[in-house]
Design a protein around this ligand. Structure first.
Ligand code: NAD
Length: 501
C-alpha cells in the first residue's frame, strides 16, 4: 500500500488519472487489431467513456494461437521445472498485490463493483489463486501402476498444449486467474479472451506476468466480442482445450464449436439459479443476512447468487421482514465511494434486462416487498435497487431464469420433500444452501440437492482449496482446488518392459 494508513484514498481523483491501454497483448508485445478496428464502452459507475479497445478478430486469434503454440513447442515454459514455474507464479502473485490499488480501480471503473470489494476480495483472491497453484505444482507426484515385476507403467500428467480461456465480466480478474493459475502451473500456453464488457484488467494482469518472468508468448490476451474473437478461439483447430466461464446459452455453443473443429477439450462454468432452503428450526435472521449478503454482493451479478429463498411457511413472514431490513445495507451508490454497499450493473443493456425481469415478476403476480426501481446515480442509469419478491411460485420466470441482478424470489413450502423438489426443479445445479438446526435434516437435505456445492448454515464460505462448478446445465469440470488440474492436463501411460532374465 502506498498510502499512509490513515489517509483516505481519493478514488475519484485516481480514476481520473487512470491510464488504460486497450491494445492486445501477443508474444509479449502490445498490438492494435490486425484490421485496426476498435470498440468503446463506458464506465457504468458514471457513464463516462473509457479508452478505445482493440476489436480482435480471427486474424488476431490466429496470431495469438501461433505465438502460444511456438512457446509450447520450444518448451520455454513447459520444460521449466515445476519449482521454476512455481517461482514465477509466486512472483506474479506478489506483483498483483503490489498493484492491488491500480487493479482494483480498473475492475471497479470497468464493471461497476464497489471499490472496497475489488480491493478486499477480487484482487487478493486473484493473487492467492496464482500463488496457490504455484505452490501446488512442485508437490504433485505422478503414479506408478501396480502391474508386475516385469514391467513399469508410469501414469503421468502432461499439459494439454494451447489452452483458450474465455471469461465473463462479473469477476474479470478472478475468473481469469481461476483458469490461468492451474493452466499455466501445469505448463500450458494460454490465449485469454476477456469479456468485451470488462477487458482492461486482463491486459494489466498479463503485463504483470511478463514482469514476473513468464516468457513472452506463454500468455496472450485478445480482446474483442464473443461472436468474433471468442468464436474464433473456440473454433481454432490448433487450440487443445477451452476453459469457458459464462452463460449457459453460450456454453452450449462451446460444445458445438468443439464438434465443428478438433474436438478440443471443453470445460464450462455456466449459469445458476441457486436455492437456499430455510427450515423452521433454523436461525431465520442469520439466514436472511446470508442470503442478502451473497445475493446483493456484486449487484447480484454472481453465478452462485442465492436468488431463490425457499422458506418454510411458518417462518416465511419473519424471513421476508429480515431480508427487507437487510436490503437497506445494499442501496446502490457510486462504486468509487468506499462505503457503497452495492455498485452499478455492468451496463445499461444489462440493467434493461434486469428491469424487464422485475416487470415480469409484477405481471406474474409476485408481491414486490422491497426495491424494484432503477435509480440514477452519478448521471448513470446502470443502477437497480435491491429487489425482493414474495409469494413467488417456482415456475414464474423470476424463479426459473437467471436474472443476474439484485433480485430475490421468496417461495414458501410446507414439507421437506416439497422444499427439495422446488430446489431441484431447475435446469441449473451450481450451488444450494440449507439452513436447519436439525443435524440429520441438514445432512439428508444436503445429500438430496443436485448442486456442485451445498452450503449448510452459511452461504459465504469459500476458499481456493475447494472445487467450484456445477451439475446439470451449470457446466462440467471444476475450477479451483487440485481438481482444476484435471481440465488442463491429460493422463499419459508409459509402459516399459523389464527383462527379468
Ligand atoms: P456470456 O456467455 O455472454 O460471455 C462469456 C464470455 O464468452 C465473454 O468473454 C464473451 O465475449 C464470450 N462469448 C460470448 N458469445 C460467444 C460466442 N458465440 N463464442 C465464443 N465466445 C463467446 O456470459 P457473461 O454475460 O459474460 O457472464 C455472465 C454469465 O456467466 C452468467 O450466466 C453467470 O452465471 C456465468 N458465470 C458462471 C460462473 C461459474 O463459475 N459457473 C462464474 C461467473 C459467471
Amino acid at each position: 500500500m502506498t498510502e499512509q494508513a490513515n489517509t483516505p484514498i481519493d478514488w475519484q481523483a485516481r480514476a481520473q488519472a487512470l491510464r488504460l491501454d486497450g491494445r492486445l497483448l501477443i508474444d509479449g508485445k502490445r498490438w492494435d487489431a490486425a484490421d485496426g478496428r476498435c470498440f468503446t464502452k463506458v464506465s457504468p459507475g458514471d457513464g463516462l467513456a473509457l479508452p478505445d479497445i482493440a476489436r480482435g478478430g480471427a486474424a488476431d486469434i490466429d496470431l495469438a494461437v501461433k505465438s502460444a503454440r511456438a512457446a509450447f513447442e520450444d518448451g520455454r515454459w513447459r520444460l521449466q521445472s515445476p519449482a521454476q514455474r512455481k517461482a514465477v507464479l509466486i512472483e506474479w502473485s506478489r506483483r498483483v498485490m503490489q498493484a492491488a490499488e491500480e487493479l482494483a480501480l480498473i475492475e471497479t471503473v470497468d464493471m461497476g463493483k464497489p471499490i472496497a470489494r475489488s480491493l478486499a476480495a477480487d484482487v487478493p483472491g486473484s493473487a492467492r489463486t496464482l500463488a496457490w497453484y504455484g505452490e501446488a505444482i512442485d508437490k504433485i507426484y505422478d503414479e506408478v501402476a501396480p502391474t508386475g515385476a516385469d514391467s513399469l507403467a508410469l501414469i503421468t500428467r502432461e499439459p494439454l498444449g494451447v489452452v483458450g480461456a474465455i471469461v465473463p465480466w462479473n469477476y474479470p480478474l478472478l475468473m481469469a486467474c481461476w483458469k490461468l493459475g492451474p493452466a499455466l502451473a501445469a505448463g500450458n500456453s494460454v490465449v485469454l479472451k476477456p469479456s468485451e464488457r470488462s477487458p482492461f484488467s486482463a491486459m494489466r494482469l498479463a503485463e504483470l506476468a511478463l514482469e514476473a518472468g513468464l516468457p513472452p508468448g506463454v500468455l496472450n490476451v485478445v480482446t474483442g466480442y464473443g461472436h468474433e474473437a471468442g468464436e474464433a478461439l473456440a473454433l481454432h483447430p490448433d487450440v487443445d482445450g477451452i476453459g469457458f466461464t459464462g452463460s449457459t446459452r453460450v456454453g452450449k455453443r462451446m460444445f458445438e464449436y468443439a464438434g465443428q473443429s478438433n474436438l478440443k477439450r471443453m470445460y464450462t462454468e455456466l449459469g445458476g439459479k441457486s436455492a437456499v432452503l430455510v427450515f423452521a428450526s433454523s436461525d431465520v435472521e442469520k439466514a436472511a443476512a446470508a442470503v442478502a449478503g451473497t445475493l446483493f454482493y456484486n449487484q447480484g451479478e454472481s453465478c452462485n447468487a442465492p436468488s431463490r429463498a425457499v422458506v418454510h411457511a411458518s417462518v416465511a413472514d419473519r424471513f421476508v421482514e429480515a431480508l427487507v431490513a437487510q436490503a437497506a445495507h445494499y442501496q446502490p451508490a457510486n462504486p468509487l465511494n468506499v462505503k457503497a454497499g452495492m455498485g452499478a450493473l455492468v451496463d445499461s443493456v444489462h440493467a434493461d434486462s434486469v428491469m424487464r425481469m422485475i416487470e415480469r415478476g409484477h405481471a406474474e403476480g409476485a408481491r414486490c416487498v422491497a426495491g424494484g426501481h432503477r435509480v440514477l446515480v452519478a448521471e448513470s442509469n446502470c443502477y437497480v435497487e435491491p429487489t425482493i419478491f414474495d409469494q413467488v411460485h417456482n415456475r414464474m420466470h423470476i424463479a426459473a431464469e437467471e436474472i443476474f441482478g439484485p433480485v430475490a424470489s421468496v417461495i414458501s413450502f410446507d414439507t421437506e420433500a416439497e422444499a427439495i423438489a422446488i430446489a431441484n426443479d431447475s435446469p441449473y445445479g451450481l450451488q444450494a444452501g440449507v439452513w436447519s438446526n436439525e443435524l440429520s435434516q441438514a445432512h439428508r437435505v444436503a445429500r438430496a440437492l443436485r448442486a456442485g456445492t451445498v452450503h449448510v448454515n452459511q452461504y459465504n464460505d469459500d476458499d481456493i482449496t475447494v472445487p467450484f462448478g456445477g451439475v446439470k446445465q451449470s457446466g462440467n469440470g471444476r475450477d479451483k482446488s487440485l481438481h482444476a488440474f484435471d481440465k488442463y492436463t491429460e493422463l499419459k501411460t508409459t509402459w516399459l518392459r523389464i527383462d527379468l532374465a
